[in-house]
Write a protein of this length. Structure first.
Length: 260
């Protein structure tokens, strides 16, 4: 009789454990997805026409002919202050594309986002020819698809590339500008301010960010022959100008107003 009682008790305990485990699995919410909606801006003006002059925050006129940069190693801040690192997160932000789906992430409440502008040392040291496939991250590191984003062997990739023009205050002639920023020492960590948002199960949530090229060049005195060309691996003033621009990358990102 005792053996039967013990057997029944054991069976009940086993069933209860199974139900508890099953309940835990049922209660775990499905993942959602996170994306970045990146607006190409000059102050509050969204750049809709290449080569058109728009006023920056200080009224200086600026035009963009081409603009692109790498965003990598994206992390989301949890409500408890810890960070969720999104594995293998990498995009190439181009002036004409705004929406980028990043990855599937745990659903829930988040309070911030951070990312790097630039590539890690291992990726930067890789050869573009090794990325010449037609899918995945290789496409944005490809020497075939993105030939303008590579300096050369031993120098690595261009983390940020910008060409356009600036109309200096009091001048009637725009000055052509070109900036090519690279080197792992110029890789910039961008930590955005507090922002409460929720990633819902099975849904895609976009974080909207302004990429303001006016703020990138704000405070840099530009005229013909003066800070109009910046190249990390160039010569003379090109290198010092490239450093100025690289240090200003921190200034160019703000949340789109009114975002929830």
């Amino acid at each position: 009789m005792k053996t039967k009682i013990y057997s029944v008790v054991s069976l009940v305990i086993a069933l209860a454990s199974l139900v508890a485990v099953s309940g835990c699995h049922k209660d775990k919410p499905a993942n959602g997805s996170i994306g970045l909606h990146l607006h190409t801006q000059i102050d509050t003006n969204e750049v809709g026409v290449l080569g058109q002059l728009y006023p920056d925050h200080n009224g200086r006129l600026m035009a963009i002919n081409d603009a692109r940069f790498y965003i990598t190693d994206i992390s989301l801040q949890n409500a408890n202050g810890t960070w969720y690192d999104i594995p293998n997160s990498m995009i190439l932000k181009t002036y004409e594309v705004e929406e980028y789906v990043i990855a599937s992430v745990p659903s829930g409440n988040y309070t911030g986002i951070r990312f790097y502008v630039g590539l890690d040392s291992a990726t930067n040291a890789s050869l573009p020819s090794s990325h010449n496939s037609s899918s995945g991250q290789d496409t944005i590191l490809s020497s075939i698809l993105e030939p303008n984003m590579y300096f050369g062997a031993g120098q690595g990739y261009k983390f940020l590339y910008l060409s356009g023009s600036i109309l200096p205050t009091g001048s009637h002639s725009p000055v052509a500008v070109n900036y090519q920023i690279g080197s792992v020492t110029n890789r910039q960590l961008i930590t955005m301010p507090l922002l409460n948002y929720t990633v819902l199960p099975n849904l895609l949530h976009y974080v909207h960010i302004w990429c303001d090229y006016g703020k990138l060049l704000e405070g840099i005195n530009i005229s013909t022959g003066n800070n109009d060309i910046g190249n990390t691996f160039g010569s003379g003033q090109q290198i010092s100008t490239a450093t100025l621009v690289a240090d200003s990358i921190q200034n160019m990102f703000t949340y789109e107003p009114g975002q929830r």
